[in-house]
Ligand binder design. Structure first.
Ligand code: AMP
Length: 215
């Protein structure tokens, strides 16, 4: 199993790019944030434990996340390439992926972006509650307000995309990021992309860069 980890601040576009790359069918998109939101919706024990932390912009404990990712990866065939979006977020998670889980990260792609742009992106972000298609009220508006162009579903704002929580999420990100990048840099698995590029440009750059890793 080939794994590519997408690293970067909340709002840097990891999820948007992972969705687009996985729609082409060459890889599976595993988002730990989406998996947790699914667990909250289903009212599972993990969901209940995670919700309070997520609403405050804090991280869910490493042990919970590692077990969750282990479980998700275990359901996928070995021949599958996986884009990990939102995991690892800490060095213990990165180490667990390399040592404890049945696989290692082959490449870590860091989505680099300025903090003031991240706040703008996150606070205007909307997602289709039916198909997950991402939008932005200013940068990628839907044709009809609050409705998905693809499936007509309602567009919703995540509760943790409100400004106070966004700022806390960015603070938490900043405390972990340097160590995480240096973990992958030391093992020569880190590449960096300009996450401020237009979505379509970044997508074609990534597709070109990653195609040899994903196939
Ligand atoms: P995301 O959708 O990736 O922005 O994640 C939303 C929230 O889920 C985060 O703010 C965390 O509370 C939690 N979360 C997602 N992935 C992780 C992770 N790898 N480690 C800890 N918490 C996570």
């Amino acid at each position: 199993m080939k794994i590519i980890a997408l690293l970067g601040a909340p709002g840097s576009g990891k999820g948007t790019q992972a969705k687009k790359l996985s729609q082409s069918g060459i890889c599976f998109h595993l988002s730990t944030g989406d998996t947790l939101r699914g667990a909250i919706k289903d009212g599972t024990e993990i969901g209940l434990r995670a919700k309070t932390l997520m609403d405050r912009g804090e991280l869910v404990p490493d042990s919970v996340m590692i077990e969750m990712v282990e479980c998700c990866l275990g359901t996928l065939p070995d021949s599958m390439s996986v884009l990990l979006d939102g995991f690892p977020r800490t060095v213990p998670q990165a180490k667990a992926l390399d040592l404890r889980l049945r696989t290692t990260v082959h490449l870590a792609v860091y989505f680099k972006m300025h903090e003031q742009d991240l706040v703008l992106r996150l606070t205007g972000r909307q997602t289709c509650e039916r198909c997950g298609e991402p939008y932005h009220i200013s940068f990628v508006p839907p044709l009809k307000q609050d409705l998905c162009d693809r499936c007509g579903g309602n567009l919703i704002q995540r509760s943790d995309d409100m400004e106070a929580v966004v700022r806390q999420r960015l603070r938490v990100f900043a405390t972990q990021n340097e160590a995480l990048l240096s973990y992958y840099e030391k093992t020569k698995r880190l590449i960096e992309v300009d996450a401020g590029l237009p979505v379509a440009t970044l997508q074609s750059n990534l597709q070109r860069m990653l195609s040899e890793w994903l196939t």
